[in-house]
Design a protein around this ligand. Structure first.
Ligand code: PMP
Length: 365
C-alpha cells in the first residue's frame, strides 16, 4: 500500500469506501437508448430564440439564488397546488441528497421499495443512514402489507416512493401511497420523475399530509442536460431543506433555459406526445420479438423486458455491436437478472433497436 492509499484508507469514511462508483456507459457512436432522455431537444424553430435568450444571461455574476424568474413559471407549468412551496435542485438527484442530509443521516433509516432508483440507496448509505428495501410484489406493485409492517418496524426518517417506478416502469397505486404517507411519522417523498408520461400524480394531494413532498424533474422531457429538479410541498419542510441547499446550485444558463422551456411548454408537450406514440408502438411490437419473454406495463418513457435466462449480457453486447446502447439491469438487483431497459427513442431509432434485438436474440437462441 502506498502512503497515499494508506491515508485514503484511514480518512475516507467507511461508508464511502464501501460504495461502488455509479457507472455510466460511454455511448460512442451508438444510438443512445439507455438513460431515459428524450430523443428530442428544442424543435429547430425554437433553437435560435433559445440561443438569443442565452445571450442575455450574465455569466460574470452569480446566478439568482432564489430563482425568482423561474419559480413562478414552474409553479404554473407543473400545476403546483396553492400554498405549496418549491425548492430547486441541480437535478432531482441533488434534491434526494439534500433531503437525506437534512432529514436522515446517521442513526436514522431511509426506506424505499425495491427494485427502485439506485440513488436512493447510494445517497442514504454515504450520508450515514441505514437503508431498508421492501420488496415490491410479483408485478412490481407496492406490497402494502409488507411496506406497512416495515414502516412500523423501522419508523423511517425518509421513505422514497417512485411513481412511476424506475427501473420497472409501472405506476404505483396512489391509494396505497396515501395509506403509507398517513401511516408514516417520517417524511414520504413521492418521486414523480416520469410524471409527463404517467396517468396519475400525487401532486394535487401533497398538502393533505403533514409529511409529504413531491419530486419532479425536467430531465425526462428533453432537458436532461440542464439539471433542473423541483421539490414541492409544505413551506415548513421546504424552509428547513433550503438551509442545506448550496446558494448557487442552479447555474444562470440552466435557470434561463428552464424558464424558456416552460414558456414554450407546448413544444415540450408535443415531444412528450411523440414519445407516447412511439411507446405505444413499442408496447405492441417488443413482445412480438421472438425471445422476448416478458415486457412490463409502463407509465414512463422506457420499457423493461426479460430475455431468456442467462442471455441478458449477450443481448446487451449484441445490441451494442449493432450500434444500439440500452441499459443492462442484470447485476443491479436479484429480481432483474434477465432484464434490460430500453428508453423510447425516435421512430427510426426504435426501428433499429427492434431489428437489432431480433437479430441478437436469434443468435443468442
Ligand atoms: N428519480 C427517478 C425515479 C429517476 O429515474 C431519476 C433519473 N434516472 C431521477 C430521480 C433523477 O433525475 P435527475 O437527477 O436527472 O432529475
Amino acid at each position: 500500500m502506498t502512503e497515499v492509499e494508506a491515508r485514503v484508507a484511514r480518512w475516507v469514511r467507511p461508508q464511502v469506501q464501501a460504495l461502488e462508483a455509479y457507472q455510466v456507459a460511454e455511448p460512442g457512436k451508438a444510438i443512445k437508448l439507455d438513460a431515459m432522455e428524450s430523443p428530442w431537444a428544442w424543435p429547430g424553430a425554437l433553437e435560435e430564440a433559445w440561443l438569443e435568450r442565452m445571450r442575455s444571461v450574465s455569466v460574470n455574476r452569480y446566478p439568482d439564488p432564489a430563482a425568482r424568474r423561474l419559480k413562478p413559471l414552474l409553479r404554473e407549468g407543473l400545476g403546483v397546488p396553492e400554498g405549496a412551496e418549491l425548492l430547486l435542485g441541480n437535478g432531482s438527484d441533488e434534491l434526494i441528497q439534500l433531503i437525506d442530509l437534512a432529514v436522515a443521516g446517521s442513526g436514522r433509516t431511509v426506506m424505499a421499495p425495491g427494485p427502485s432508483f439506485a440513488m436512493y440507496r447510494i445517497i442514504a448509505e454515504y450520508t450515514g443512514a441505514e437503508y431498508v428495501e421492501v420488496p415490491l410484489d410479483a408485478e412490481f406493485g407496492l406490497d402494502l402489507a409488507a411496506t406497512r409492517e416495515a414502516v412500523s418496524a423501522y419508523n423511517p426518517a425518509v421513505t422514497y416512493l417512485a411513481h412511476p417506478n424506475n427501473p420497472t416502469g409501472n405506476g404505483l397505486d396512489l391509494d396505497a401511497v396515501a395509506e403509507l404517507v398517513a401511516q408514516s411519522d417520517g417524511l414520504v417523498v413521492v418521486d414523480e420523475a416520469y410524471a409527463p408520461y404517467a396517468d396519475s400524480s400525487f401532486l394535487p394531494r401533497v398538502l393533505e399530509f403533514p409529511n409529504c413532498l413531491v419530486l419532479r424533474t425536467l430531465s425526462k422531457v428533453g432537458l436532461a442536460g440542464l439539471r433542473v429538479g423541483v421539490l414541492i410541498g409544505h413551506p415548513a419542510w421546504i424552509d428547513q431543506l433550503e438551509k442545506c441547499r448550496l446558494p448557487y446550485n442552479l447555474g444562470s444558463l440552466a435557470q434561463a433555459s428552464a424558464a424558456f422551456a416552460v414558456e414554450h411548454q407546448e413544444a415540450l408537450d408535443r415531444c412528450v406526445a411523440h414519445v407516447l406514440g412511439e411507446r405505444a408502438r413499442l408496447v405492441e411490437e417488443l413482445p412480438a420479438v421472438p425471445g422476448v419473454e416478458q415486457v412490463w406495463p409502463t407509465q414512463t418513457n422506457f420499457l423493461t423486458f426479460r430475455v431468456p435466462q442467462g442471455s441478458a449480457d449477450a443481448v446487451h453486447r449484441g445490441l451494442l455491436d449493432r450500434g444500439v446502447l440500452i441499459k443492462r439491469l442484470h447485476g443491479s438487483h436479484p429480481r432483474l437478472e434477465d432484464c434490460l431497459r430500453v428508453t423510447v427513442g425516435r421512430p427510426e431509432e426504435n426501428n433499429r433497436f427492434l431489428e437489432a434485438l431480433a437479430e441478437t436474440l436469434a443468435v443468442a437462441a
